[in-house]
Write a protein that binds this ligand. Structure first.
Ligand code: ATP
Ligand code: MG
Ligand code: MG
Ligand code: MG
Length: 436
């Protein structure tokens, strides 16, 4: 993409409404624009990151055996009356009336809808187990939308729902998601700590929030230092016993949000106990037959008996993750994107757009990189070098290649790694090889 033809409205100053660094940088780097309280337009660069994050989420869901579908954002109130949640949900639900005076709502989550979709199709025990997911916009009328996309009112969520024949099966489905979540965050360069969360009336230990540590996070968290180490995630998720052991071993180390603190275990941890703030980037939940019971989902068992499926739901805050990644990866000059979610891999800078030799060499590099399948944002504008550097640092692409007259005279261009600031001079061919 040539910057001269792109839409990248960057800002020099931090907008006054932004309190935390990710919000400031998302506005300054031209990723999003607020259009109403807690509602954002995703600008081209931000959309690319959102798509990269979504794709990692999708790949790990698919790998865990979940199947993608897409449900609508608008839902009928009657569906929610079946589960009793239409009245229970409260003011976070955006309620709308259509021209025929029918009540509809903008979905804050999809348990009811997926249960009805599955209910209409599943007939026998052979239709289970299944885990279905979608990546879709949600709306919650948060009292205090803030911190940009971190707590929006409209936000993108991946939500998955599992249907199993019995509790053991449901636990296996839960454990598959547990590991898929850790893999997902790791691929984005994040360390998310699973923390036991409230299970409500069902009880048990099958609810975890996944929390990324950050001083600006909204939750207060307590954890054992062991969580600061990288964990290997190579386990065969098809083997229910091995997987259960793996998850059990992983969660043996203490980690809790302030609502679930265990002071005995904290005393046990002693010096190894850490406290921090954190961002909830995901939440998984086993809730048994809550919705299958209330909404009449059942299938025929092998002997003609009726089985009421056991269900779980699994959410990831896709748009919130973008804020969390920036909180975890930035410096005083701007964003430092991890390679896996960067909107472009390379920022190519032509220092002298008015110099024919420079322009030709930069055009050449752009063509070669593009042909090699590298995603390049090419600053071909007629602007000062300093402004170009500042913009590239701000938007945080992992690599920068700078083409200037002095280097060219010696047959080299400069390659800079954004994360470390490390610079090397290489021939254009070697530069291509370095960033590919
Ligand atoms: P929070 O405690 O932050 O309000 P939640 O517990 O209400 O979140 P869940 O119902 O568990 O949220 O939804 C699953 C995921 O969706 C959350 O873990 C979070 O990552 C994301 N999410 C929830 N609310 C928002 C929001 N207002 N803006 C952006 N992402 C959100
Ligand atoms: Mg909430
Ligand atoms: Mg929460
Ligand atoms: Mg939650």
């Amino acid at each position: 993409m040539r910057l001269s033809r792109y839409f990248l409205p960057v800002m020099k100053e931090s907008p006054a409404e932004a309190q935390i660094v990710s919000h400031k940088l998302m506005l300054r780097a031209g990723l999003v624009r607020q259009t109403a309280a807690g509602i954002y337009a995703w600008l081209p660069l931000g959309l690319r990151v959102l798509q990269k994050i979504s794709q990692i989420v999708r790949e790990e869901q698919d790998r865990a055996g979940a199947i993608e579908l897409l449900m609508p954002t608008l839902q009928s109130a009657d569906l929610w009356r079946e589960s009793g949640r239409y009245d229970a949900y409260g003011p976070e639900m955006l309620r709308i009336t259509d021209r025929h005076d029918r009540e509809i709502l903008y979905g804050p989550t999809n348990e009811e809808m997926i249960t009805s979709v599955f209910r209409d199709a599943a007939r026998s025990y052979r239709d289970l187990p299944r885990t279905l997911y979608h990546i879709q916009w949600k709306f919650r009328d948060e009292v205090r939308p803030r911190f940009g996309v971190m707590r929006g009112r409209e936000f993108l969520m991946k939500d998955a729902y599992s249907f199993d024949l019995d509790e053991a099966g449901a636990r296996h489905s839960y454990n598959r998601m547990f590991v898929a979540y850790l893999r997902t965050y790791k691929r984005m360069g994040l360390r998310a700590i699973p923390m036991q969360a409230d299970t409500g009336p069902i009880g048990g230990d099958l609810s975890h929030e996944f929390i990324v540590l950050a001083p600006t996070g909204e939750s207060e968290v307590f954890y054992h230092t062991a969580w600061e180490q990288d964990r290997a995630l190579d386990v065969n998720a098809d083997d229910a016993v091995a997987l259960q052991e793996f998850v059990g071993a992983l969660t043996a180390d203490y980690a809790a949000t302030d609502e679930k603190r265990d002071l005995d275990r904290e005393r046990e941890a002693g010096e190894a106990l850490c406290t921090s703030r954190g961002i909830e980037v995901g939440h998984i939940f086993y809730f048994g037959t809550k919705y299958s019971d209330s909404m009449g989902l059942k299938v025929q068992g092998p002997g003609g008996t009726e089985i009421v499926p056991q269900m779980g739901s699994y959410g990831i805050g896709v748009s919130r993750l973008m804020g969390a990644i920036i909180e975890a990866s930035h410096d005083d000059k701007g964003i430092v994107w991890p390679d896996a979610v960067a909107p472009y891999a390379v920022g190519l800078i032509n220092m002298r757009a008015d110099d024919a030799a420079c322009a030709a060499a930069a055009d050449d590099l752009y063509a070669t990189l593009t042909a090699a399948g590298v995603e390049v944002l090419y600053d071909d504008r007629d602007e000062r070098g300093g402004a170009k550097f500042a913009t590239m640092d701000l938007i945080g692409l992992p690599w920068q290649i700078v083409v200037g007259p002095k280097g060219l005279a010696n047959g080299v261009v400069e390659v800079k790694r954004r994360a470390t600031g490390e610079k090397v001079e290489l021939s254009p061919e070697d530069a291509v090889a370095r960033v590919s």
